[in-house]
Design a protein around this ligand. Structure first.
Ligand code: ADP
Ligand code: MG
Length: 361
């Protein structure tokens, strides 16, 4: 097509106007961005039982269904190869996806693993990564059924998709919490965040003097929780065994506060938790003291713990109490969208969402 000078000037002026209206992703934040990008998604398939908005999508017909979830890990954003063994990375890449399957109360069955790699990686390096992938598949009884392999300009990117199955009536969403339900969490909180702090510190020391070997001995637990997370499958099985059906469920990838707010938003309710009920281990307290961090910060906003947060009817209190490794941390309230923590001295703190806030430049 032939453009006149007027047309060219018009197009440029339109571009400039658009430029002025450009919004920064940073300001929007992760959750705002996802909401914005997906607001026009409309499901037209009868088999799409749940689309965007939970830990996994639910697809099916009749009594049974499949859940599907994808997570991406990017070098320099989610992992640093200075202190992340590739085998651990392979393991973690699979586990973080299986965590979303379990958070729907489904059983994971298959994964696909896609990798983009730059020229700096050797075949041996990728073999190590896959050793970790296979170890996770073995541990959780899932099959590696496909993926994709491609080049990248710099660094490594990993995208894993996990598939799981469940009877449709067994699926637990984020939106089922009811007023007066008890809020429970598996395991303990904040360790992965403290593990990351330790690894970052040792990296700095090593960068300044490469003859100094990292000292990780005292921090085995927290570092292990960051590098090689595992899911409390036993605890989830115990819930089934005791016939406890949680009313809502989510896994803790972005921090307790964020996940509580997701439950509040989707279940149209509020929540109150109690500081003295939060499961924080001695290891986290010690590491936090050393880093002069208030242990509440990793516990509330640390993320990457991959514990399961769930709500149960008040009537299940005694049964849940009998399960080792589950803490009852609070209850659901009618104050819509309000997530509050009561501190030891009786003051109320409003919980804030996390999620990543910024892209690098
Ligand atoms: P999780 O932390 O459990 O992995 P996310 O916060 O990453 O969940 O995602 C929340 C929901 O938004 C999920 O249903 C996910 O599939 C969906 N989602 C995230 N990013 C996109 C995207 N770019 N396009 C479509 N859906 C997305
Ligand atoms: Mg999740």
């Amino acid at each position: 097509m032939y453009y006149t000078m007027q047309m060219v000037l018009f197009i440029i002026s339109q571009c400039i106007m658009k430029e002025e209206r450009l919004r920064s992703i940073e300001e929007m934040g992760e959750f705002g961005l996802i909401e914005h990008l997906t607001k026009d998604a409309r499901n037209i398939q009868d088999t799409t039982i749940k689309g965007i908005g939970d830990d996994a999508a639910v697809i099916g017909q009749g009594d049974d269904c499949q859940v599907v979830t994808t997570d991406m890990l990017v070098e320099g954003i989610h992992f640093d190869l200075m202190y992340t063994p590739l085998k651990h990375l392979g393991y973690k890449s699979v586990v973080v996806n299986l965590s979303d399957v379990y958070a729907m109360n489904a059983v994971p069955r298959q994964v696909t693993v896609s990798v983009a790699i730059s020229g700096k990686f050797s075949v041996e390096a990728l073999e190590q990564f896959y050793e970790g992938v296979y170890a996770a598949c073995k541990q959780y009884g899932v099959d590696l059924v496909g993926g994709d392999t491609t080049a990248s300009v710099t660094g490594m990117m990993i995208s894993v998709t996990a598939l799981g199955t469940a009877a449709q009536k067994e699926i637990i969403y984020r939106d089922g919490a009811k007023v007066n339900n008890l809020v429970c969490v598996t395991g303990d909180l904040g360790a992965a965040y403290m593990g990351l702090q330790v690894l970052e510190r040792e990296k700095k020391v090593f960068e300044e003097d490469s003859s100094i070997q990292p000292k990780l001995g005292d921090y085995e637990y927290v570092v292990g929780r960051f590098l090689k997370p595992d899911i409390r499958v036993e605890t989830l099985l115990k819930l089934r065994e005791l016939d406890i059906r949680p009313t809502s469920m989510i896994d803790i990838s972005d921090g307790l506060s964020s996940e509580l707010l997701h439950i509040c938003k989707q279940s149209d309710c509020g929540v109150v938790i109690y500081q003295d009920k939060l499961p924080v281990t001695m290891e986290v307290n010690l590491a936090a003291a050393e880093f002069q961090i208030e242990p509440l910060i990793p516990a509330l906003n640390g993320g990457e713990d991959y514990e399961i947060l769930f709500t149960i009817p008040l009537s299940a209190h005694d049964k849940v109490k009998s399960i080792p490794g589950v803490s009852i941390i609070g209850n659901i309230t009618e104050h819509k969208g309000k997530a509050i923590m009561m501190t030891g001295d009786g003051s109320a703190i409003s919980l804030q969402a996390q999620g990543w806030q910024a892209y690098g430049n």
